[in-house]
Write a protein of this length. Structure first.
Lengths: 287, 516
């Protein structure tokens, strides 16, 4: 099996990056010097109401003494313009046709490439001990090479996000299948408490909306190894479609609770490197 | 358990397991949405497909209960024979003194008293064994009358039949040739009695001659001397008085004339007889052949040929007829002359007769041939003394038919036996008038043997196969072996059947399986 970045995709990536200035979302009219981001240390920027789970060290006790209500101090520090890519490498990503993992790597390459062209750099994190930083457009081949060497494995979503919050700056793009939305909830709340911008990216497969074909089928969960034998018929397909819709709503709800956005990107077919098929990904990027 | 062979059905248990195993799909799909699939199954009320041990266990329980129900398990009851085989002695001795009637009454009473679950088979043991089974009403219907010699070894039969589940009951008089068995239940009927009997019959039939000899043996199975009378029915013979000592046998030979054949019965008359079946014997005599003896003789023939025909007719009970009626004659004597080339008349003796139309020349005759020898193995000439035979003139061998040579001369055969072996013709090359054959003592014997050989394919006297004629069967004086009554064993009593309960368990397991 060839890697995720075949010559066709590399050509597509070059086309996307050439058009990057014309992508509306990629143009940031704000001066670089005014880009700031809330952080744990820096200049006081204001207050916000306390939410359960927030860091108690950031409580403004003086404001509490004055008003009787809990407020957190919001500090602002100058942030370098960077993008952090958190890529889910759990075994569930290695499913589907086309494989979701390959689609996620390509999506990460597009997002990372745009960040290298338009911003100061990009950090890619697939595990607490597997992260890399790339700066400048010339780092694109190294970025692709690094992504190509990544393999699926065990991963904890909360740990991944904690690493991203502590070790990386800028906007966070979290690429995952979000198959278990409840597991993503603590990580997203941590992002919200840290006042970081984060967008969820879900490389979407056709099977995320429409169940498998009819007939006897053995289903296997790649992470737990659990199996189930089912007879897929029209009734079960309808019930499964409803469950998939419920799952999508849960995913949206988890992001909405944290005030964040989840972007579903329908993965083009294997070998489809037309610009039109991938253009939506570039247009949805807000760096 | 009455039918343990049904336990073999348990060998099908592995098949139940194989059938209960879930389907093995050929397609496998890795999916992160296994939880959604499970919820979708639950949403439409389906259970995951997997081996359900409880359902399998309930199915196995139902199967085991069904198989056990098939084996016919019972609780309680009593072990013992479930089948009764009755050996009923139907030999001729059972007809004496009402023993057979007593046996039938005992049998009928027992069959009526037996419980319905006991199967009954009836073996009628006479000359051979005839087995009856089926409805009890049919068992005792049309029982045959006692007859024949008891040739069945009741002891061996009872030993071979008796099993743990089969009881044997023998009803016999233990008299005559019958021995009482040592195994199984035994009921002895009848009592020892005095008897006299015709214990053998030997027929000495001289067919086709009229003479028949019947040799019979008269036995007295009593403690006193008996004066008896032998009588014949179906043939002319005077009654014969026979006195037989106690326990002795007297042999008498009855000389009978065949007459027209048919059944002949010899019977005994006397007082103090227990068994009538052994007092007579019968024999069927074959009818005599055509009694007419025809004579054909030319002008040169002497009186010897006619005298010989008359003597033979007297011996076989026939008559002499003219040669013109030879076509319907039973035997033909010819001297000289010429007969058609088609061959001799079957059953004939020709003396110097030629066949065909050719003229007789000097070269066709042999003067004073020397008799060399005769066939000592043929039934016609065996044992005859023909050494004194002198022939003056004889036909050359070319004028004789082809066949077995009976008499030889220096130049060739003088007499031959030709034609159908069952109805042969005997041809001599010389005339009686040209030889001294008619004067020899062997000549009447030659003619008689030629007549017998002509009818050699005929029948013999046949004794009636129903004749008892058995000294062992007719001796009613003693008991054969141990003759003490032995009772029937206690038969099995059925216990309470568990089949219904097991079937209910099987049904309950199947119902529970529907909801498991």
């Amino acid at each position: 099996v060839s890697g995720p970045f075949e010559p066709g995709f590399r050509e597509l990536l070059r086309q996307i990056l050439r058009r990057a200035p014309r992508i509306r979302a990629a143009r940031d009219p704000r001066p670089r010097a005014r880009r700031r981001q809330t952080a744990a240390s820096g200049t006081f920027a204001g207050h916000r109401a306390y939410s359960p789970g927030d860091d108690l060290r950031q409580l403004d006790w003086n404001a509490f003494a004055r008003s009787g209500e809990l407020f957190l101090k919001v500090l602002e520090e100058e942030d370098r313009r960077t993008l952090t890519l958190c890529v889910d490498r759990t075994a569930s990503m290695a499913t589907g046709d086309p494989e979701r993992w390959r689609g996620a790597l390509r999506l990460a390459a597009i997002l990372g490439g745009l960040a290298l062209v338009r911003l100061d750099g990009v950090q890619v994190i697939t595990a607490p001990d597997r992260r890399a930083r790339f700066e400048g457009p010339r780092a694109l081949p190294r970025l692709l090479g690094w992504l190509e060497r990544e393999r699926v494995g065990a991963q904890d979503a909360a740990e991944l996000m904690r690493t991203a919050l502590e070790q990386a700056g800028g906007t966070i793009c979290w690429l995952s299948d979000f198959a278990a939305p409840e597991l993503a909830r603590p990580a997203l709340h941590a992002v919200r408490r840290a006042a970081r911008r984060c967008t969820g990216w879900l490389p979407q497969l056709a099977s995320d909306r429409n169940p498998a074909a009819a007939g006897w089928l053995r289903l296997r969960d790649p992470e737990s190894g659990a199996e189930e034998v089912v007879l897929v018929d029209a009734e079960l397909r309808a019930a499964m479609a409803e469950e998939l819709r419920l799952l999508a709503r849960q995913q949206d709800a988890v992001f909405a609770e944290a005030g964040l956005t989840l972007v579903r990107f329908p993965l083009p077919a294997q070998g489809d490197f037309r610009l039109a098929s991938w253009f939506d990904a570039a247009r949805a990027v807000r760096l | 358990v009455s039918h343990p062979e049904h336990l073999l059905w348990l060998l099908l248990l592995p098949i139940l397991y194989l059938l209960a195993r879930p389907v093995r799909p050929k397609r496998t799909e890795t999916t992160p949405h296994l939880a959604q699939w499970r919820r979708a199954l639950a949403r439409i009320g389906r259970r995951p497909v997997r081996l359900r041990w409880l359902r399998l266990l309930l199915l196995v329980v139902a199967f085991l209960a069904g198989v056990l129900a098939l084996t016919g398990p019972t609780l309680g009851g009593r072990a013992g024979p479930r089948e009764l085989v009755v050996l009923l002695d139907t030999s001729a001795s059972m007809a004496a003194g009402g023993a057979y009637a007593a046996a039938r009454a005992r049998l009928a009473a027992l069959v009526d008293a037996l419980p319905e679950h006991i199967a009954v088979r009836l073996a009628l043991c006479g000359r051979d064994v005839a087995m009856r089974r089926g409805a009890r009403g049919d068992l005792l219907a049309d029982l045959p009358a006692p007859a024949g010699e008891g040739r069945i070894d009741l002891g061996a039969l009872a030993a071979a039949t008796e099993q743990e589940s089969i009881a044997v009951w023998t009803l016999t008089d233990a008299l005559g040739a019958t021995r009482a068995p040592q195994r199984g239940a035994l009921t002895v009927v009848g009592e020892p009695q005095d008897n006299f009997a015709l214990t053998s019959l030997e027929a000495l039939d001289h067919w086709p001659l009229a003479r028949v000899q019947l040799r019979v043996a008269v036995a007295n199975f009593a403690a006193a001397e008996r004066a008896l009378t032998l009588a014949v029915e179906g043939a002319e013979h005077p009654d014969v008085a026979v006195t037989v000592a106690p326990g002795a046998t007297a042999v008498r030979t009855l000389e009978l004339q065949r007459g027209s054949g048919g059944p002949v019965r010899v019977f005994l008359r006397g007082h103090g007889d227990a068994l009538a079946l052994d007092d007579s014997v019968a024999v069927r005599l074959p009818p005599p052949p055509s009694p007419d003896i025809a004579v054909l003789a030319d002008a040169e023939a002497g009186p010897e040929i006619r005298a010989a025909a008359a003597a033979l007719a007297a011996e076989c009970g026939g008559r002499v007829i003219e040669g013109s009626a030879a076509e319907r004659a039973g035997f033909l004597l010819v001297e000289g002359g010429r007969l058609p080339r088609g061959g001799p008349h079957p059953r004939s003796v020709t003396f110097g007769t030629r066949f065909g139309d050719g003229a007789l020349g000097p070269g066709d005759l042999v003067e004073q041939p020397l008799v060399v020898d005769w066939d000592r193995g043929d039934a016609v000439t065996a044992g005859l003394d023909l050494s004194e035979l002198v022939v003056d003139l004889a036909l050359r061998p070319e004028h004789l038919l082809s066949g077995r040579t009976l008499l030889s001369a220096g130049h060739g055969p003088l007499a031959v036996r030709a034609g159908d072996p069952g109805a042969p013709s005997i041809q001599t090359a010389f005339r009686l008038s040209d030889s001294n054959f008619a004067l020899l003592p062997a000549f009447p014997q030659f003619l008689r043997r030629a007549y017998v050989a002509a009818w050699s394919a005929g029948a013999r006297a046949e004794p009636d196969p129903t004749n008892l004629a058995s000294a062992a069967e007719s001796d009613l004086r003693r008991r054969a072996g141990a003759a003490t009554d032995r009772p029937l064993p206690a038969f099995a009593e059925p216990g309470r059947s568990l089949a219904g309960l097991l079937l209910a368990v099987a049904l309950a397991a199947l119902v529970a399986r529907l909801y498991a």
